[in-house]
Design a protein around this ligand. Structure first.
Ligand SMILES: [Zn+2]
Length: 212
């Protein structure tokens, strides 16, 4: 049962202030997008985490980014999640986005929860969250080896490996594979350092995330 009276008043007023504060050009952009539809060129797969302001962090406006968010910005292998497959197909085939970003971030609660779960060796039955996060197992195993051999921070290593694993999985989705072959789509990995508010881009040549 909905209880509209309980919705925080500050956010209702916040929305009213936001609408009233729109500039003339912003208002006409919304009118244009409402009438003509959207033509985003970039798709972003990001975590649900409240500290990431996608697409604001790219200085991108309404209509530019097609955004999908889930726990731990995870792309499971093709065939494991219908919602993910549908969004990717829609972005690649209907909008013909030219770029797909998988964006991980520092202090990711989802990634940390999966690590605790894998360490404890618990079964994931009964928890939707843990069932979803179980797809991170290959990245977890790889991160354990990397963190040990390179003496690196495990959490950060795992967050970055999770992005790489999701990119690998994403490249196996049929619409993505076809679009890459046609030369009209490229994939990118980012990791967001919350404390500095700076994005780090995965350089495929060096296999390192470098700050923008
Ligand atoms: Zn997260």
């Amino acid at each position: 049962m909905t209880q509209n009276a309980d919705f925080p008043k500050n956010y209702i007023e916040g929305h009213q202030n936001w609408v009233e504060g729109l500039s003339e050009s912003e208002s006409s952009l919304y009118q244009h997008l409402g009438r003509e539809g959207q033509t985003p060129t970039v798709m972003v797969i990001a975590c649900c985490d409240s500290r990431k302001m996608v697409p604001d962090m790219f200085n991108a406006g309404p209509g530019e980014f097609f955004v999908l968010r889930n726990i731990a910005n995870l792309v499971p292998p093709q065939g494991h999640d219908n919602g993910m497959a549908a969004a990717v197909e829609f972005g690649v085939n209907a909008f013909k986005v030219q770029h797909i970003i998988v964006m991980g971030h520092a202090s990711c609660g989802g990634v940390a929860a999966s690590a605790s779960h894998f360490e404890a060796g618990d079964a994931s039955e009964g928890s939707q969250t843990l069932t979803w996060l179980s797809a991170l197992k290959p990245a977890y195993e790889a991160s354990k080896v990397i963190a040990e051999t390179e003496d690196a921070d495990f959490s950060t290593t795992f967050e970055k490996q999770a992005v790489k694993m999701s990119l690998d999985n994403l490249s196996g989705y049929a619409p993505v594979e076809a679009a890459i072959k046609e030369g009209r789509l490229s994939l990118h990995g980012f990791w967001f350092d919350i404390e500095t508010a700076r994005l780090h881009l995965l350089d495929t040549a060096s296999d390192q995330f470098n700050p923008l």
